[in-house]
Design a protein around this ligand. Sequence first.
Ligand code: TMP
Length: 236
Amino acid sequence: MKKLEQIYEGKAKKVFKTDDPNLVIVDYKDDATAFNGEKKGTIVGKGVINNKMTNHFMRELAQAGVPNHYVEELSDRETVVKAVKIVPLEVIVRNIAAGSFSKRYGVEEGRKLAISTIEFSYKDDALGDPLINEYHALALELATKEEIETIKTLAFKVNDFLKAELLECGITLVDFKLEFGRLPDGTIVLADEISPDTCRFWDSKTGEKLDKDRFRRDLGHVEDAYQEVMRRIMGK
Ligand code: TMP
């Protein structure tokens, strides 16, 4: 496998071509941004943690019946994944009110939701990733009805699986964001990452935040929090 030229650089990752047109290499950075790139910083060691944690979950989720893009971990920060066309929807699942949900509906953070919820944002930085409903997503041809059904089913499957595993690590899964992609044959697979950048993890006993909210909200001990979840989930 040859790492060829860079084809994309996002806020937290770079993507490189390989000599196989169906595979790309993802390279995780320590760069952190929040509020659509307005706030910028570095979380030392984050790239390594997000790479390894994402791969750990992706391997388990494949076993649990959630097809995903993971192929092979190459190094601390680099992973081979299947080349996909990303569906331009950020898929957010929530178990407990927090963040933009709490703000939008005037609900205190930490209130357990009567049911787990799902919502979509239109993945468009220029627009600030606005909330979008299924009719609008269909009207704009961002995905088909069948694709949206598949995405919803898989997203709740991910929630059930992660919630149970994290609880055993003393972590409450508050909410998280997923992205899905299309393989060349049109199959929908889970893509992107599952990490403290994209999930809210709260210590089950103390409620302490163990995720990127420590960076977003200037709570301090950001690196410590990333290392703590890594240690609890992967035993290192
Ligand atoms: P929110 O409460 O700010 O809408 O965030 C919901 C979840 O989505 C939370 O776990 C953090 C994650 N998230 C991202 O992964 N990327 C983003 O750009 C935003 C705004 C949230």
